[in-house]
Design a protein around this ligand. Structure first.
Ligand SMILES: [Zn+2]
Length: 76
């Protein structure tokens, strides 16, 4: 069984999906039982997602509206 330190060490690989499946299974089992590590992995996944997702993500409708307003203001 993995302990909390081992989970946090493997958390980013876990999120990347690069862990071999037996380890992945052990991490999942640990996360089911351990609130601390669940929270850690959740926070980390938010950070990872925002770091990776930002350049590819389409702007939100609000941002699009704002850009459109700026664009129109500039071209009047
Ligand atoms: Zn833990």
């Amino acid at each position: 069984m993995l302990n909390c330190r081992e989970i946090t060490e493997r958390a980013s690989d876990f999120l990347d999906g690069t862990l071999p499946w037996p380890v992945r299974l052990q991490v999942r089992l640990h996360l089911m039982m351990c609130r601390f590590c669940r929270e850690y992995v959740r926070q980390l996944s938010l950070v990872v997602r925002s770091l990776r997702g930002l350049p590819r993500e389409a702007p939100s409708p609000d941002t699009q509206r704002e850009l459109l307003t700026l664009f129109r203001a500039e071209h009047q």
